[in-house]
Unconditional design. Structure first.
Length: 411
């Protein structure tokens, strides 16, 4: 009996050693210069049943001043995954998607019914992460990728990574990943907001600092790429767009905090020739209560915001004069509420769906998920009665409290 136990122990030890050797093997090892890392994928309309697929392939070696940092290749293929094998005709390395940062689609293609069906394979491809960001370009995706010339980043993948991470800091662009796109579609309860961008300068806009869409921002020099606002996708198809300001409202009115801070300017309520620049701090999400007892839901939204005054051009004393401070507070509050109410009506009439994720608190008003589905939230939202209120509280007025007396300075 003891001998059998010894034999069994030796056998198990040999098996474990063999498994360990196999695990430590390098049968699937690749040298870095044997792989072609695709950092961006572009999709455009093609001819017939084919599409124009564009890959931006990074040079993994440390690039010198005259070295090519990436190669952009366009090829016609039935889908963007099968195009990988066709690239072998141009590239000698194995093409991999493990480092892909963005999926760029042209607006023309995003407005087609085939849009979502074409990118569905992305959720099955093991090499593609669901954190890949979706960007809708106003021009062809291939032109966008070739015109994009980052001036501060030597590596294009770093530019895309930093650009898509700025959504939480400014709120001018949404969080737009493939995972959130398909998750929103499966909910079938509202619209999805995708990052909106372009490299083509259009006629300059005349709005506020955030009331623009891509191409309207006045810039000179630097990279021509402009990313502001969002593309509205409903039921797998682009149906419209939002400005940077409207995108901020969409994020602020959500039940979960999705934006940290944002800067905006408003006319001075006492002297309208000047403006006041403020920073909003969103320390928590909006408080939302929904009554679904009637067919048309009744929605109450309260959004708390902390306010930092950064600039007072008129030099009016809003710091120590509490009455003037209240005038400023009520003025900003009324402007925000008027703009938000106008935007909410736009989502009801134009999109007939909401980008605020209000379906989540609405779902909690039902005992079962089946009851919620029978209520048909998206069909009833256009008839909803919405009451919005912003709760503003001053936080600080900067380092200098008293305004500079210019008359005394001149004297």
């Amino acid at each position: 009996m003891e001998g059998e136990k010894r034999v069994l122990k030796k056998t198990l030890l040999i098996v474990h050693c063999c498994i360990l050797v196999l695990m430590l093997g390098c049968w699937d090892r690749h040298e870095i210069d044997e792989l072609a890392y695709v950092i961006a994928i572009g999709i455009d309309e093609g001819e017939g049943d084919d599409f124009l697929v564009t890959y931006q392939i990074a040079n993994p070696k440390e690039a010198g001043e005259d070295d090519v940092i990436s190669d952009i290749i366009s090829i016609r293929a039935p889908d963007f995954l099968s195009a990988r094998d066709l690239v072998v005709a141009f590239v000698s390395r194995e093409v991999v998607f493990t480092h892909t940062k963005v999926l760029i689609v042209s607006e023309t293609f995003a407005r087609r019914d085939e849009f979502v069906n074409f990118i569905k394979p992305a959720i099955r491809e093991r090499q593609l992460s669901r954190k890949v960001n979706l960007i809708v370009s106003k021009e062809k995706a291939s032109d966008f990728m070739r015109n994009n010339e980052p001036t501060l980043e030597t590596r294009p993948h770093k530019f895309f990574e930093l650009m898509t991470d700025r959504w939480e800091d400014t709120g001018l662009v949404p969080d737009s990943t493939l995972h959130s796109l398909f998750h929103r579609m499966e909910e079938d309860s509202g619209v999805f907001l995708a990052t909106y961008s372009t490299t083509v300068q259009e006629e300059a806009g005349v709005g506020q600092e955030d009331d623009y869409i891509p191409g309207e921002v006045r810039i000179q020099g630097s990279n021509p790429t402009q990313t502001v606002g969002s593309a509205v996708i409903k039921e797998g198809k682009m149906i419209g767009s939002l400005t940077g300001e409207e995108t901020r409202f969409s994020l602020l009115l959500r039940p979960k905090k999705e934006i940290e801070k944002m800067i905006a300017s408003y006319p001075d309520p006492i002297d309208e020739e000047y403006k006041i620049t403020v920073r909003f701090l969103a320390e928590e999400g909006s408080n939302i209560t929904i009554n679904t007892k009637k067919r048309a839901p009744v929605i109450h939204v309260r959004t708390p915001l902390r306010l930092e005054v950064l600039s007072i051009e008129s030099d009016i004393d809003y710091v120590e004069d509490l009455e003037k401070q209240e005038v400023l507070k009520m003025h900003i509050k009324s402007v925000i509420e008027a703009k938000v109410n106008t935007f909410i009506r736009k989502t009801q009439k134009e999109f007939k769906a909401e980008p605020f994720r209000w379906s989540l608190p609405a779902r909690r008003t039902f005992l079962t998920n089946r009851e919620y589905e029978q209520y048909r939230w998206m069909e009833n939202y256009p008839y909803a009665e919405v009451h919005f209120e912003v709760d503003l509280q001053f936080k600080e007025f900067g380092k200098q409290l008293a305004p500079t007396d210019m008359e005394e300075v001149k004297g």
